[in-house]
Ligand binder design. Structure first.
Ligand SMILES: [Zn+2]
Length: 262
C-alpha cells in the first residue's frame, strides 16, 4: 500500500528544489506515520566523498536497525532523495515541544555530512548549496503541515538522554531563523553559484563533459576522460578542502581561480 507522505516530492519541487524519487519509495516504511507535527534534521556521519554515499544505508538499514532510516536524504549538491512515504526509524528516544513519538510524528531528513567540525574529516561549514536546500526544504514541509518554524528541530535537540546525539553540527537556532524568513517571505534570494567566471569559464559539475573537464581532471590528478564523474567530483572535493574552499564538488569561479594556481 501507499503510505501517507506521498506529498513529499511535489511540496519540495514546488519550492524549487531538486528531487530524486527512489524506486519503491511510495510503499516503503515501517508501517505508516501518524499526524506529522514537524521535522527532525540529521546528518549521516558518512563518508567524505560523493554526493549521497549514505543513500543505501538510509534506505536499507544496517545490521542493528532496519531501513528506512529516514524519509528524505539531502545530498551535498542540494538534491533531495525521497526514500520513504511511511514511517522511518530516525528519531529514537527523545522529546521536542512535548512530542515524544518521534518516528510517528516527525519527518526525518538525513543530510550527507561527515559530522566532523575539525580534524582531517572535517566538513564544516556545510556547502552553501546544501544548507540552502536544507532550510528551504524544511520551510516547505512546515508550511505544508501548517506548523511553525519551532517544529523543526535537530536530532541533538530531540534525543534523550541529552548528549546522546550530536547531529546536525550547525546551530539550530540560526537554522530556524532562516526557515522562518523563508516561510514569511522575507528571505533574500538564494546565493547561486554564477554560471561562469570573469574569464568566461563555465561553472562545471556532474555530469558535464568536454575539454574543460579534461583540464580540471589534469589539475586534480585523475585520468583525463573528459567526463565529470564521481571520481572527478571526489578529487575536486579533496582539492577544495586543501584550498579552504567549500567542498561542494562544483567548479565555480572560486574553484576555477584556485585551479589556475595549481
Ligand atoms: Zn540523527
Amino acid at each position: 500500500m501507499t503510505f501517507s507522505l506521498i506529498w513529499l516530492p511535489k511540496v519540495l519541487k514546488d519550492a524549487g528544489l531538486k528531487v530524486a524519487e527512489q524506486p519503491g519509495w511510495q510503499t516503503r516504511g515501517h508501517g505508516d506515520v501518524d499526524d506529522i507535527k514537524g521535522v527532525i534534521c540529521h546528518h549521516t556521519a558518512g563518508p567524505l566523498n560523493g554526493n549521497m554515499p549514505s543513500l543505501g544505508i538510509v534506505t536499507n538499514g544496517r545490521p542493528d536497525l532496519s531501513g528506512p532510516l529516514s524519509q528524505l536524504c539531502l545530498g551535498r549538491d542540494g538534491t533531495y532523495f525521497v526514500v520513504a512515504a511511511g514511517r522511518a526509524f530516525h528519531a529514537g528516544a527523545g522529546s521536542w515541544q512535548g512530542i515524544s513519538s518521534g518516528n510517528s510524528s516527525f519527518i526525518g531528513i538525513e543530510a550527507e555530512n561527515s559530522g566532523f567540525v575539525s580534524g582531517p574529516k572535517a566538513e564544516f561549514p556545510w556547502p552553501t548549496i546544501q544548507m540552502n536546500a536544507y532550510v528551504r526544504g524544511c520551510a516547505a514541509i512546515l508550511a505544508h503541515i501548517k506548523a511553525e518554524p519551532i517544529m523543526c528541530c535537530g536530532h541533538k535537540e530531540y534525543a534523550l538522554p541529552k548528549g546522546r546525539k550530536n547531529d546536525p553540527t550547525f546551530n539550530m537556532d540560526v537554522f530556524r531563523l532562516e526557515v522562518g524568513k523563508i516561510m514569511s517571505g522575507t528571505a533574500p534570494a538564494p546565493e547561486l553559484i554564477p554560471a561562469s567566471d570573469g574569464a568566461k569559464r563555465p561553472t562545471l559539475r556532474r555530469p558535464a563533459s568536454g575539454e574543460l573537464v579534461k583540464l580540471i581532471q589534469t589539475k586534480v590528478g585523475v585520468s583525463d576522460t573528459g567526463t565529470f564523474d564521481g571520481t572527478t567530483e571526489a578529487a575536486i572535493r579533496r582539492f577544495q578542502r586543501l584550498h579552504g574552499l567549500v567542498p561542494d564538488g562544483i567548479v565555480g569561479p572560486k574553484t576555477w581561480a584556485a585551479l589556475s594556481g595549481a
